[in-house]
Design a protein around this ligand. Structure first.
Ligand SMILES: [Zn+2]
Length: 423
């Protein structure tokens, strides 16, 4: 398989910048990481869905990233991620992006052609029987039935990924972009055994995948903590990492292939497990976050008081009034308890501190309200509709917003995941 000219590196963080105003504050968090002795490569990700809701173009993400890199004199790599693209939506991302998250979750479970399944199973006798993985006490035992069943479930999706990969490769040239394959936006988690079989199929398609985003067990809701069994997650991650290491050796996949953790923001309870697994195995991780920065914009505006606080309250009132419409596209990744949502009248009386302490994600803080947080997380459409009214206030309150954006990304994400610090 062709080796890429572009390398993502061991540690990388995907950051979302909905309104293309925080790239510098986000990059500042990576600068702080560097000052603490680790290289964390920034990747600005924005999905087609987010661009469509906001009415922005992928070129704006690229421009903001380039400007931030220039302003802070960042010398390490950085990337722009066409997040969750498909064959239908990839076109406008081709020029400005150099990282492509190929989303084939919709094709999982679609039956592959029987001849393809048979060819795949016959091509991979090495997957049958007992497979010993380095550092793992229990081998993977794969029967022909398991192999065929997994191919049946995932082969069509992987073939689709190959189609999208080749379209991007045709436009950009091999090795000029980082390919990720994502399967996280689906109902059922993929097991480590399935991940290994999927990687064999990805290698067959000739995709030099550098990151793979499986769906892990447990819930990865937007902007709030992990819901599930942390010990189970840790076990699953260790098995996934071992499966990846095996697939790299066996199938010649890029040697820096690593897991990508989607909806990775605010998953505080599993960060120690991610850090520990990376320490014990030498593996890296791509931690993908997106909406957490937009919430820091709201926190900064509220903290600023005056017009900023008033606008933050107005956004809450509007979001509450359009609850169903805003939540619909994110139904599978949010769990809002309507009973915990204060009325717009109540919020109108809030002080800066009341607003920021309801929204800022400090686990265990008495005023923290994860329903308010999730509602506002999906409420960026309201701010997008306000247009210049919102943007002007972002610009007027840049210092206080930037401080919150950097702190959130560094203290609550980079430091616990990549430096092992407690939050
Ligand atoms: Zn995702």
């Amino acid at each position: 398989m062709a080796t890429s000219k572009l390398k993502l590196g061991r540690y990388s963080i995907g950051t979302g910048d909905r309104f293309a105003h925080q790239a510098k504050a986000q990059l500042q968090a990576c600068v702080k990481a560097l000052e603490s002795g680790i290289e964390v490569v920034p990747v600005w990700n924005k999905s087609n869905r987010e661009h469509t809701i906001i009415g922005s173009e992928p070129t704006s993400t690229r421009q903001a990233a380039d400007a931030a890199v220039k302003a802070l004199n960042w010398k390490l790599p950085y990337y722009c991620d066409a997040d969750h693209i498909t064959i239908q939506t990839v076109d406008r991302f081709l020029a400005p992006c150099d990282f492509f998250t190929i989303d084939v979750a919709d094709f999982i479970g679609q039956p592959a052609e029987p001849a393809h399944i048979e060819a795949f199973v016959n091509r991979h006798p090495e997957l049958l029987g007992s497979i010993e993985l380095a550092g793992i006490d229990q081998p993977f035992d794969i029967t022909r039935e398991i192999l065929t069943g997994t191919a049946h479930k995932f082969l069509a999706a992987v073939k689709k990924a190959g189609e999208v990969y080749r379209k991007v490769e045709h436009a950009k040239g091999a090795g000029n972009f980082i390919p990720e394959v994502s399967m996280d936006e689906t109902d059922r988690a993929q097991s480590p055994v399935e991940l290994l079989i999927i990687l064999a199929a990805i290698a067959d398609e000739g995709i030099p995948v550098q990151t793979i985003a499986p769906k892990f067990s447990g819930r990865f809701n937007k902007g709030v903590d992990y819901v599930g069994h942390v010990a189970q997650f840790e076990r699953e991650m260790a098995l996934d990492v071992a499966a990846i290491a095996y697939a790299v050796r066996q199938y010649g996949l890029p040697d820096d292939l690593k897991l990508s953790v989607h909806s990775g923001s605010d998953k505080f309870s599993i960060y120690p497990a991610i850090y520990a697994t990376m320490q014990s195995t030498g593996a890296g991780v791509h931690l993908k976050t997106a909406g957490t920065t937009w919430l820091e914009e709201l926190i900064g505006l509220a903290e600023a008081g005056g017009d900023g606080l008033a606008l933050a309250k107005e956004i809450y009132a509007e979001a509450l009034a359009h609850l169903e419409e805003l939540c619909a596209p994110y139904a599978t990744v949010i769990d809002i308890d309507p009973a915990r949502l204060p009325s717009a009248d109540e919020v109108r009386k809030w002080t800066s501190v009341q607003y920021t302490s309801a929204l800022r994600h400090v686990e265990g803080a008495p005023a923290y309200n994860d329903s308010v947080r999730q509602l506002l997380h999906v409420g960026f459409k309201i701010a997008a509709k306000m247009g210049p009214r919102y943007i002007d206030l972002l610009e007027a309150n840049e210092p206080v917003i930037a401080k919150n954006v950097t702190e959130n990304l560094f203290d609550r994400h980079i430091a616990p995941v990549f430096l092992g610090r407690s939050i």
